[in-house]
Design a protein. Structure first.
Length: 457
C-alpha cells in the first residue's frame, strides 16, 4: 500500500480506474502514511479524503468524509482527530449526519441542553430527580449550588443561564457552552474539554463539582427516555484530585490575606474579610441580607433555610466584623444583599476573585520577604478550618472546643439526641467572647511593626 504524495497529484497518478464494463468507477487509494485514511476519486475525477473506522461497540465499518479537500499534511491531522474521537467512544460519521439533519430541521426547543437543565432543576426542587425510594426535598442552598454548577441561576419562577464576563478569563459553564446544542449531540469529548477548561481557570474543585452535577442530570434524562443510554456523554475518567481538607493558613498567610483583601476593595475584599472574621460558610456570607442583621445588638442571624444543618445560627459581631459591615458601600436605595453589584442578586464568581486574591497575597509576601514566595494552594473553605484551629490552639486562643463548634454551627454532641431536644441554648455570650478574641488576634497579627505575635487572651 503506497503513501499518497504531492508528486502523485502533480503527475496525475490518482485517476479513477475502469470497472468490468469498461466505465470509470469510484476508486479508493489507501494512504500508508495514515492508516484508515483513503483518497477517494470519483468517476468524474473529483477527489476527497475519507476515513474508514470501526466502533468497538458494534464493529460496524463507518465512513467519514472530510470537508473540502485539504492538503495531505492537514488531512493527516484531521484524520487523527477523527480517530481520537472514535477512541473516546464517539461516532463522528453519525454525529455529522445528525448535525446535517438538525441544520435542515432546526433544533426543537425541547431538545436543547438548556431546556434539559431547566426541566431537571424543576424536578430536582421537588426531590424527584434523584432516584430514591422516598423522595427527599433538597435544601434551597443545595438547589442553587446544583444550578450554578450546571450554569444556571434562579430567575423568578424559572431559570436563566449564567453568562461569563468576556472581559475576564472565566471558563464556560455547561448551560452557556451547550445551551443551544441538542442534548443528544453532546459527547464525551465535550465534557472532557469543558472539565479541563474549568480545572485550569477555576481549579479542580469547581471542575469536579460540575462533573458531579452533570452525571445525575444525564442519568435522569436516560430514565425519562429523553436520551438513549448510549447517548450519555458521561464516562469514568481520572480527574485531577482535589486538595484534601487539611489546609490551615499560617499567621503570615493570614496577615497577607488581610492586606490583600484591603487592596481588592469592591465587593469581594470585604466579603472575604467577613469570611475570616466570622468563620461562617461562603454561601452564607455571600448571600447575607440586611434583614438578617441587628447592628445595634451586634448580631447576625442566619435563617435555617440557608445553613447546612438546617439550624438557625446566631453570629455575634466582633469589632472587626462590625467595622467591615458598616464600611460597605450600599448599592441602590434599598439593597437586599450586603454583597451585591446590582442590589438585587448577591455576588458570584468566587473563583475569579480568588485568583486575584492569590496574586495580591503573593505580591505582598514577596515585598515583605524580599524574594518570591510560594503560597501552597488553599480554598476559601479553609478559612473556616483556620478559624477552628486557631481558636482551639492553646498557643493562640485556647477557646473551649464546644464554643468553637457553636461558632461554626457544627452539631454538638451535648445537644444531640434527647439532650439536644431540651438543650436549645445558643451560647450567644461565649460565642461573642470567642469571636471578639479572634478579631483581636487578627488585629494584632496584621498591625504594623509586629514581629512576633503573643497570645491574645
Amino acid at each position: 500500500m503506497p503513501t499518497i504524495t504531492d508528486t502523485g497529484f502533480k503527475t496525475g497518478a490518482y485517476k479513477p480506474k475502469l470497472g468490468p464494463d469498461g466505465q470509470k468507477k469510484l476508486t479508493y487509494y489507501p494512504d500508508a502514511g495514515k492508516p484508515g485514511l483513503v483518497l477517494a476519486v470519483q468517476p468524474s475525477g473529483k477527489m476527497s479524503w475519507v476515513i474508514f473506522y470501526r466502533r468497538l461497540s458494534d464493529r460496524k465499518q463507518r465512513k467519514y468524509t472530510l470537508d473540502g479537500f485539504p492538503s495531505i499534511k492537514v488531512a493527516h491531522k484531521l484524520a487523527q482527530d477523527v480517530l481520537n474521537d472514535v477512541s473516546n467512544g464517539n461516532d463522528p460519521a453519525g454525529d455529522k449526519q445528525e448535525k446535517r439533519q438538525a441544520a435542515k430541521l432546526g433544533v426543537p426547543d425541547s431538545d436543547k441542553f438548556s431546556a434539559l437543565v431547566e426541566t431537571y432543576l424543576n424536578s430536582y426542587k421537588k426531590g424527584s430527580a434523584i432516584k430514591r425510594k422516598t423522595p427527599k426535598l433538597p435544601k434551597p442552598r443545595t438547589i442553587i449550588e446544583t444550578a450554578r454548577n450546571l450554569g444556571m441561576r434562579p430567575d423568578g419562577d424559572g431559570w436563566e443561564i449564567i453568562k461569563r464576563d468576556t472581559s475576564k478569563d472565566e471558563p464556560l459553564r455547561p448551560a452557556e457552552a451547550w445551551g443551544e446544542k441538542r442534548m443528544q449531540d453532546i459527547r464525551e469529548r465535550d465534557v472532557i474539554v469543558l472539565h479541563d477548561s474549568l480545572e485550569q481557570l477555576a481549579g479542580p474543585y469547581t471542575a469536579n463539582r460540575t462533573y458531579a452535577a452533570l452525571s445525575p442530570l444525564f442519568a435522569w434524562a436516560i430514565r425519562r427516555k429523553m436520551i438513549k443510554a448510549d447517548e450519555s456523554p458521561m464516562g469514568a475518567w481520572d480527574f485531577h484530585p482535589e486538595t484534601k481538607g487539611e489546609r490551615v493558613l499560617s499567621n503570615d498567610e493570614i496577615r497577607w490575606f488581610w492586606l490583600a483583601t484591603g487592596e481588592m476593595g469592591g465587593e469581594f475584599g470585604p466579603m472575604f474579610r467577613l469570611l475570616l472574621l466570622t468563620g461562617q460558610r461562603r454561601e452564607e456570607v455571600a448571600s447575607a441580607e440586611w434583614s438578617e442583621f441587628n447592628l445595634p445588638e451586634r448580631l447576625w442571624t442566619i435563617p435555617a433555610s440557608k445553613t447546612k444543618n438546617g439550624r438557625e445560627q446566631e453570629v455575634p459581631l466582633s469589632d472587626g466584623a462590625l467595622a467591615v459591615i458598616e464600611g460597605l458601600k450600599l448599592r441602590g436605595e434599598n439593597p437586599r444583599y450586603l454583597f451585591t453589584t446590582t442590589g438585587e442578586t448577591h455576588v458570584t464568581g468566587f473563583s475569579r476573585a480568588k485568583i486575584t486574591l492569590d496574586k495580591k497575597m503573593a505580591a505582598i509576601a514577596e515585598k515583605e520577604r524580599g524574594e518570591p514566595v510560594t503560597i501552597p494552594d488553599w480554598r476559601l473553605h479553609d478559612l473556616r478550618r483556620t478559624v477552628s484551629t486557631k481558636m482551639n490552639d492553646e498557643d493562640s486562643l485556647g477557646i473551649l472546643p464546644h464554643v468553637v463548634e457553636a461558632v461554626l454551627n457544627h452539631a454538638i454532641k451535648a445537644k444531640q439526641g434527647v439532650a439536644g431536644t431540651y438543650n436549645q441554648a445558643k451560647w450567644r455570650k461565649p460565642k461573642a467572647d470567642a469571636l471578639q478574641a479572634w478579631g483581636q488576634f487578627i488585629a494584632v497579627l496584621v498591625a504594623d511593626n509586629v514581629v512576633r505575635l503573643e497570645r491574645v487572651v
